[in-house]
Ligand binder design. Sequence first.
Ligand code: AMP
Ligand code: FES
Ligand code: ZN
Ligand code: ZN
Length: 309
Amino acid sequence: MKCRKCGGKATVNMRQHKLALCSQHYLEWVPEQTERFIKKYEMFSKNEKILVAVSGGKDSLSLWDILCRLGYQADGLYIGLGIDGGIGYSTESHRLTQQFASERGLTLHIVDMERDYGHSIPALAQATHRGKGKPCAVCGLSKRHEMNRIARDMGYDVLATGHNLDDEAAVLFSNTLSWSDYLLRQEPVLPSSDGLARKVKPLCRLYEKEMTAYALLRGIKYIYEECPFAEGSTTIYYKELLNQLENQRPGAKLSFYLKFLDAKQNGLFSPKDQLLSNLHTCPGCGQPTSAPGLCSFCRMMEKVGSPEI
Ligand code: AMP
Ligand code: FES
Ligand code: ZN
Ligand code: ZN
């Protein structure tokens, strides 16, 4: 296999794009693609302040690396969840994120659930009896709340996450199986709206294995392990199903996602007004919520008793 750009030996072969590249050209191609998506979906400009949510995994650390290489002003946010799982998951991901930031002189904000709210994610899940032993729902809720809080309170224009194509296609598959309202909100860019920061996913068109190749070739040190609670999750099952499809038909995953975005753009899912505009302000934290009264995060904190509320 030869690199399409220089004819040298190709290191990465992307059947889905009928494109093979050598390491050097691959490391240029990924940021070029990302820049193309940032512009296409009007995610943000060079004058705006970006907050990148970094988990210590390959996607979010690579995203931070790419945005810096492209000349964007991007600071990081790491949320300490207090998850051990026998592998020191949170300790290790925190260490790698901190190391990434300090080696490059980047600003990293840190939230620690236990320090700031008095409870780790597994403790919160147990105390609130949510999620049948799996803290993932409590974790997702807390991460969304904290990402939005820091972005808003620290004056960032936009919040960026490292979701890749495999993540987006799996969520889309899951939402399609249940024809969920979330289909209306699944977008590369969610504009800001009363109290909610603009949210963007610059890697949403890059395959998971493309991001792994980028992180490895770029020498980024990231945590290889997934969150120990992700094992056996339906998301992982859907990712496997979509990979089977992709193996038979390279490009199927990308086309599933892009054709969904096109269909929505063309009005296939035109929303009923009230689905999108029934938010009000939570009296506890001031963030927008669709729940009556306190938002789900504040209700959870009220239940477990937190020094913050
Ligand atoms: P996940 O929900 O674990 O697939 O992660 C999706 C995205 O959320 C990642 O790419 C990060 O941008 C962000 N994220 C996940 N976990 C954390 C964390 N502990 N701290 C900050 N950002 C996170
Ligand atoms: Fe949140 Fe696993 S439960 S990352
Ligand atoms: Zn080349
Ligand atoms: Zn609240």
